[in-house]
Write a protein that binds this ligand. Structure first.
Ligand code: AMP
Length: 604
C-alpha cells in the first residue's frame, strides 16, 4: 500500500511529513527547507513559482504574487473586505477569485499549486510516488472551507484520507511520547492568519477533544499590518511631502517585508534598526524600533484571543488549575509578549517543548500513521464546533448534534406532519447556538414528499452524520415509503468565521431572552392545539354539560385568548393548565361518546 503523507497547509508556510520506522519525519523541499512559504508567483509567461522563489518576487511583483490565500479559502466575495492584499481579489459569479493580469485563479487553485509542489518535492526526496494525504485545517473552518481544502488536495493528485483540525494535530505531536499519561491540555495556536484554541484530554493513548474555539481572521498578519501603519506614520511625520509614495504597491510590499523581518527579530532582540534607503529624492529613513513599541501593537491583537480561551475552558468545563499543560503552536507564539499574555490567561507558564512551526505537520503525519496502521496505540476523537439541527414547528431550532460532540458521529430524530394531509415537508438544516431558527444559519434546505395523511401520522426520520473530516451529510427518510433524500450541501450557505464567533457570543448574551422566546412559542403552540380541540368537543358533547360548566369553560377559553394577547408566559401557562383541568369532564364525555359509537357500530 502507498504511503500517506501528513500536510500542514498553512497560511504562511506549508509542511509535509511521512512516517519513517515509526517516527514522524518532516521532508525538506527542493530548496532544502522544511518550511515552504505558502506563496505562489504567476509570471507573465511560464509556470508559476512556488515557495521561496515566489517569496522573493513578493516585493518585486506584488500584484502577481499570491500569499495568505488560506484566508480566502471557501470565503464568499463580500466577506473578504478586511484583508488588504496587494494582489486583486474580485468576485466572479459569486466566487472569490484572484486577478493576475488578464487571468483569474481561485484560492482553491492556488492551494492546489502549493500542494502540487509539496507532493513533487516529497516524491523526489522519498524516491517514490505518493498519492494519499492527511491535510490539516483550523478547527474553526466551516464546511465549505473544509470542502475547498479537500478539493484542492484532490486536484493536486491526492486522495485526501482525512482533514484534521490543526490544534488536534499539535496535541498528537505533543502526546505521542506521553501515551501512558492522563492529562488535560490546552493547545494555543496563533499563526499567520488564524487563531485556534482547543482543550483536549489525553487518556492512555486516547485523545479526546473537549472543546474548540477560535477566529480564522486573527494572527501575525494583523501585527504586520499594524506595524506597517506605525512605520508609515513615522515616515510621513518626517517627510510629509512623500505621503503619496507610501501608496505605491511596490513600496508597500517592501515596507511590509521590512516590518515582518523586524517583528521576527524583536522576538529575540530588544530593538532593531529599520533602514529605508529607497525613498525618493535621496531621502533616507532610519528608525530604531523597540520591542516595547511592537508589544504595544501586539497586545490588543493577542488580547482578542482571551475570550476564546475562556469560552473554550467553559465549554470543556475546566478551570485553568485543571489543565496540566498549555502547548504553544504557531510562529507568533515565539513572541515574548504572547507567552506572557498566555500565561496570564491560563495562570501558568506555557509549555514550549514543541517547535511551534512544525507541531501541526508532525501531528498530521502521526494521523497519517494511524490511518496506515503504522501507529496503533493512539485513537483520536475530535469534536464539532457548533450545534447542528433543523427548524421545527413554530420556528424553533431543534438541535440534533450538539456543539462539542465527538466526531465522527451520527444522530437522528423522527418528525411528523404538523398539518393534516400536507404532502411535503421543507427541512431546513441549521447551524448555531440560538433557540430560534431565524437567529441561526441555514446551511441548506430541501423538500421531502410523503403520502397525504392526517396530522401527526407521517413519520420522517432525519439523520445527521458528521464524517471524520467534519463534513455534514443529512439524510431524510419517509419511514412509510422508504423514500430517501440526501442533502446536497453544495448549495449550502457559507458563513463567515467572524460570524461563528459572534454566534456563540450572542447565544450567551441572549440566552435568557431566547429561552423565554422558546418557552413562549412552545406554550402558545399548546394553546393553539387546546383551543380548537375544546371548540370541537363543545360542538360534539356540549349539550351534555350543565349551563354552569359551559360558562366556566367559556371563561377559561377567554382567559387563554387574553393570555395569548398579553404575551405573558406565566399567565399563558396557568391559563393553559386551567383550561386543561377545567375540561377534564368534557374529555371524559368525548371518550364515552366515542366508545358508545364504536359499540353501536359493532352491534350494527
Ligand atoms: P504559522 O501560520 O504558524 O506558520 O505562523 C506564521 C506567523 O508567525 C507569521 O505571522 C510569522 O510572521 C509569525 N512568526 C514566525 N516566527 C516568528 C517569530 N520568531 N517572532 C514573531 N512572529 C513570528
Amino acid at each position: 500500500m502507498s504511503q500517506i503523507v501528513g500536510i500542514d497547509l498553512g497560511t504562511t508556510n506549508s509542511l509535509i511529513g511521512v512516517m519513517d520506522s515509526g517516527f514522524p519525519i518532516l521532508l525538506a523541499d527542493s530548496e532544502g527547507f522544511r518550511l515552504t512559504p505558502s506563496i505562489v508567483h504567476f509570471p507573465v509567461s511560464g509556470e508559476p513559482l512556488v515557495g521561496r522563489p515566489a517569496g522573493r518576487m513578493k516585493a518585486i511583483s506584488p500584484e502577481r504574487t499570491v500569499f495568505s490565500v488560506k484566508r480566502l479559502m471557501g470565503i464568499r466575495p463580500g466577506e473578504t473586505g478586511k484583508d488588504n492584499f496587494p494582489f486583486r481579489v474580485a468576485d466572479a459569479q459569486g466566487k472569490t477569485t484572484i486577478v493576475i493580469g488578464d487571468q483569474t485563479v481561485t484560492p482553491e487553485e492556488v492551494s492546489t499549486i502549493i500542494l502540487r509542489k509539496l507532493k513533487a518535492d516529497a516524491e523526489k526526496s522519498l524516491g517514490s510516488a505518493i498519492d494519499r494525504a492527511v491535510i490539516t485545517v483550523p478547527a474553526y473552518f466551516n464546511d465549505l472551507q473544509r470542502q475547498a481544502t479537500k478539493r484542492a488536495g484532490e486536484a493536486a493528485g491526492f486522495t485526501v484520507e482525512r482533514i484534521i483540525n490543526e490544534p488536534t494535530a499539535a496535541a498528537l505531536a505533543y502526546g505521542l511520547d506521553r501515551l501512558k499519561d492522563r492529562a488535560k491540555i490546552a493547545v494555543y495556536d496563533l499563526g499567520g492568519g488564524t487563531f485556534d484554541i482547543s482543550i483536549l484530554e489525553l487518556n492512555e493513548g486516547v485523545f479526546r477533544v473537549l472543546s474548540t474555539n477560535g477566529n480564522t481572521r486573527l494572527g501575525g498578519d494583523d501585527i504586520d499590518r499594524d506595524l506597517v501603519r506605525l512605520l508609515e506614520e513615522r515616515i510621513t511625520a518626517r517627510y510629509p511631502e512623500i505621503r503619496h509614495e507610501l501608496k505605491d504597491p511596490l513600496f508597500s510590499a517592501r515596507l511590509r517585508e521590512l516590518a515582518h523581518d523586524a517583528k521576527l527579530r524583536l522576538s529575540d532582540e530588544n530593538g532593531v534598526q529599520i533602514e529605508i534607503p529607497f525613498l525618493s529624492g535621496n531621502r533616507r529613513f532610519n528608525y530604531l524600533l523597540s520591542r516595547q513599541e511592537l508589544d504595544a501593537i501586539t497586545r490588543p491583537i493577542v488580547r482578542r484571543t482571551r475570550s476564546h480561551c475562556l469560552r473554550s475552558m467553559d465549554d470543556a468545563k475546566v478551570a485553568p488549575r485543571d489543565l496540566d499543560e498549555v502547548i504553544l503552536v504557531g510562529g507568533v507564539t515565539r513572541m515574548p509578549i504572547v507567552r506572557q499574555l498566555v500565561a496570564e490567561i491560563f495562570q501558568r507558564l506555557p509549555n514550549t517543548s514543541q517547535n511551534p512551526d512544525e507541531a501541526v505537520a508532525v501531528g498530521a503525519t502521526i494521523q497519517a500513521g494511524i490511518i496506515s496502521g503504522e501507529i496503533q496505540s493512539v485513537v483520536l476523537l475530535d469534536v464539532t464546533p457548533l450545534s447542528l439541527g433543523v427548524e421545527t414547528f413554530g420556528g424553533l431550532m431543534n438541535v440534533i448534534i450538539p456543539r462539542n460532540t465527538t466526531i465522527p458521529c451520527k444522530a437522528g430524530e423522527m418528525f411528523t406532519n404538523a398539518v393534516a394531509y400536507q404532502r411535503s415537508m421543507r427541512i431546513k438544516v441549521l447551524q448555531g447556538e440560538r433557540e430560534l431558527a431565524k437567529d441561526n444559519w441555514e446551511l441548506g434546505s430541501f423538500e421531502i414528499e410523503f403520502a397525504p395523511v392526517p396530522k401527526g401520522v407521517a413519520r420522517v426520520g432525519i439523520q445527521f452524520e458528521i464524517d471524520a473530516n467534519g463534513i455534514l451529510h443529512v439524510l431524510a427518510r419517509d419511514v412509510s415509503t422508504g423514500q430517501q433524500t440526501l442533502l446536497d450541501l453544495a448549495s449550502a450557505v457559507d458563513v463567515s468565521d467572524e460570524a461563528v464567533e459572534q454566534m456563540i457570543a450572542e447565544s450567551v448574551d441572549h440566552a435568557f431572552e431566547d429561552m423565554s422566546e422558546r418557552v413562549w412559542t412552545e406554550t402558545s403552540i399548546k394553546s393553539n392545539e387546546l383551543l380548537p380541540a375544546v371548540k370541537s368537543a363543545l360542538t360534539l358533547v356540549g349539550d351534555q354539560l350543565t349551563e354552569a360548566d359551559k360558562q366556566e369553560i367559556d371563561g377559561l377559553v377567554k382567559a387563554v385568548n387574553e393570555a395569548l394577547d398579553s404575551k405573558d408566559i406565566q399567565r399563558l401557562k396557568s391559563a393553559n393548565a386551567a383550561l386543561d383541568q377545567g375540561t377534564q369532564h368534557l374529555a371524559t364525555l368525548l371518550i364515552d361518546r366515542a366508545m358508545s359509537e364504536a359499540e353501536r357500530r359493532r352491534a350494527g
